[in-house]
Design a protein around this ligand. Structure first.
Ligand SMILES: [Zn+2]
Length: 231
């Protein structure tokens, strides 16, 4: 049974996630979200493989996104940072392509995919624990001073809990759980040498990706269009 789950975790988690999400959001949006998350996770896996590390697929988590598995424990902090950014970077391909197709073909479906993809990937870049942005920031902080990470983890728990009190999104509970667990773990990025040029390059990449998503979202037609098109 365990072997079966391990072998088929990807398709199983995709089917289960689709059924759960479709019952709440409808099948069209759920299908798009599954495509977007699969593409995003494949970006992380592609980067890990390119850097020479072993990968073991991903699982889909309903309403939250996905989780990819790669053995990057031996990777340098800068390599880990690249793997964290690879998901949102691969998402840019979809955002830019669907935005251009939306403009050229006057196609609202394209804008809908573009908007959902851009919002999901941009949210993922927010520097809080459990998100790619959080993982990225921890990598970069640890090159500046390893102790900052512990404070960052505590800050993440407080910020996510506050956010939960405001918007009551159940998905946040899982992120809070991950963040609390993370507080108890040893800093995996401890003791890396600060390389000014590399750190600056990575920070520039992070803000550039974020900026492109903000611009695309700004010029996309609004969320009401998405819900009208995908109703
Ligand atoms: Zn990711």
């Amino acid at each position: 049974m365990r072997q079966f789950i391990s072998k088929y975790k990807k398709p199983l988690s995709i089917i289960i996630s689709f059924l759960i999400m479709a019952s709440v959001l409808g099948w069209k949006i759920s299908l798009i979200m599954i495509g977007i998350v699969s593409w995003h996770e494949s970006g992380h896996l592609y980067a890990s493989r390119k850097l020479g590390y072993r990968t073991d697929g991903f699982i889909m988590l309903p309403f939250i996104g996905g989780m990819s598995f790669s053995d990057i424990s031996a990777a340098t902090v800068y390599e880990k940072s690249i793997v964290y950014l690879a998901g949102p970077i691969s998402g840019l391909v979809i955002s830019i392509a669907t935005f251009v197709l939306g403009v050229v073909l006057h196609n609202n479906y394209m804008f809908a995919v573009c908007l959902i993809n851009s919002i999901m990937n941009m949210f993922n870049l927010i520097p809080l624990g459990g998100l790619d942005g959080g993982g990225f920031i921890q990598c970069i902080f640890s090159t500046i001073h390893p102790k900052i990470n512990q404070w960052f983890k505590i800050f993440s728990c407080v910020a996510l809990s506050t956010l939960f009190l405001i918007i009551h999104a159940p998905a946040l509970l899982l992120m809070i759980g991950f963040s609390i667990l993370d507080c108890g773990t040893k800093n995996p990025y401890y003791g890396y040498q600060f390389d000014f040029n590399k750190t600056m390059k990575h920070i520039t990449a992070y803000f550039s990706i974020m900026t492109i998503y903000v611009i695309i979202i700004h010029y996309c037609p609004g969320l009401d269009l998405v819900f009208n098109v995908l109703k």
